[in-house]
Design a protein around this ligand. Structure first.
Ligand SMILES: [Zn+2]
Ligand SMILES: [Zn+2]
Length: 398
């Protein structure tokens, strides 16, 4: 029995009350997008009190990085937490509910920040055993898919250069999981999330004389139907992908054929290849179908995060670390990836790493989805997230 590892589990558990206190403070004071300066200042203050060095604020505008230097030689592990909240009016009725009008931590990023602070506390007490260093990355603007890119551009992965990276998401994204478990995938855990705007141009005219017009609504219907065959007929059946058209807009009156029609949709994919293929096919189908029907079409894509793809080697290390903290029987692979997008993917594109589920669902029947005004988490398991990241930081180079 390795006493050192037992200690991390016990120390993490003993830290839970502190994690709850930090999380509740952050929950009361949510900040949006890149405007996470107070959250970052709060984290910086706590880190300074722990003796953590090289604390830099303003990395990617609202972000913060810091370094915990180990006393043994080795590589650098990045540990990332997102800090931003959502433009939602909280309806939980909790005593520590948001004090900010129209802002709420409805995705659990308050807990992520608290858990990474807890990890920093534990690691700062174990510098003697730590090989290399840990780079703490507190990022803004995850919910708008822009914070990771901004931090990378500002050098978050350099000085010291990050060799591997890890992060987690708490909550109930992983359906069927209970608080206290850890979920992983050796490959894709979450999807890419891009959107598109497809514009069709026909020729407007009188509703009673369609022969003298080119009806863009008729074209849109054909394009819509054909788009449905991309996932059903072109993506390999064992690979999930989603194309959802969320808006179709055209026209102003019953007897007028409008000149244009616009549709907007979202695309989710689990591999970079599928992501690119889907984009190409949407463009081909829009152009081809429109042309066949005497109209024209153009497609504009708006790119969100790539898929969250975990490195198998780092996943194996996570399994071992999580097993030490929550017990191997509570660490299990996800049944299927979640088709939600995550900004963490941008870090994982640059550095091999792992992203994992930290389920913190309440009792069955008491859960609201992420981004819901009544969303909340079970605080009793905050220590398992901090403990797992600490254990991973101490063992990933073994
Ligand atoms: Zn979210
Ligand atoms: Zn989130």
């Amino acid at each position: 029995m390795d006493m050192e590892r037992t200690n991390i589990r016990d120390e993490a558990r003993a830290l839970n009350a502190q994690l709850v206190e930090w999380r509740r403070h952050l929950h009361r004071h949510p900040e949006l997008g890149f405007d996470t300066q107070n959250t970052a200042a709060f984290a910086a203050e706590q880190l300074a009190a722990m003796g953590v060095s090289e604390i830099k604020t303003g990395v990617g505008r609202g972000g913060l990085t810091a370094v915990i230097q180990g006393e043994k030689p080795g590589g650098v592990l990045g540990l990332r937490a997102d800090m931003d909240a959502l433009p939602i009016q909280e309806e939980t009725g909790l005593p520590f509910a948001s004090t900010e009008e129209g802002r709420m931590h409805a995705c659990g990023h308050d807990a992520h920040t608290a858990m990474l602070l807890g990890t920093a506390r534990l690691l700062s007490q174990h510098r003697a055993e730590l090989k290399g260093a840990v780079k703490l990355i507190f990022q803004p603007a995850e919910e708008i898919g822009a914070g990771a890119v901004a931090m990378i551009r500002d050098g978050a992965l350099e000085n010291p250069k990050v060799d591997a990276i890890a992060g987690l998401h708490t909550g109930n994204f992983w359906t069927g999981a209970s608080a206290g478990e850890i979920g992983y995938s050796s490959g894709a855990l979450m999807a890419s999330a891009d959107s598109f705007t497809l514009s069709i141009t026909g020729t407007g005219g009188h509703g009673a004389q369609p022969d003298r017009a080119v009806d863009p609504i008729a074209v849109a219907c054909q394009i819509y139907s054909t788009l449905q065959t991309i996932v059903s007929r072109e993506v390999p059946p064992a690979q999930a992908a989603v194309i959802t058209v969320g808006t179709i807009q055209a026209g102003s009156a019953a007897n007028i054929i409008p000149p244009t029609c616009t549709m907007q949709g979202t695309i989710r994919a689990l591999s970079p290849e599928t992501r690119t293929n889907i984009q190409n096919r949407i463009r081909d189908i829009a152009k081809g179908v429109a042309e066949a029907m005497r109209a024209s079409a153009s497609v504009k894509f708006s790119y969100g995060p790539p898929p969250v793809v975990c490195d198998p080697g780092m996943t194996a290390k996570l399994l071992r670390a999580a097993g030490t903290i929550v017990g191997p029987e509570h660490v299990r692979p996800v049944d299927a990836p979640t088709m939600v997008g995550e900004d963490m993917a941008f870090f994982l594109e640059k550095v091999p790493g792992v992203f994992f589920w930290h389920p913190s669902a309440l009792k069955e029947g008491e859960n609201y989805p992420h981004h819901h005004p009544k969303f909340t988490i079970s605080e009793e398991v905050l220590w398992t997230g901090a403990g797992t990241m600490t254990e991973l930081a101490l063992t990933w180079q073994e």
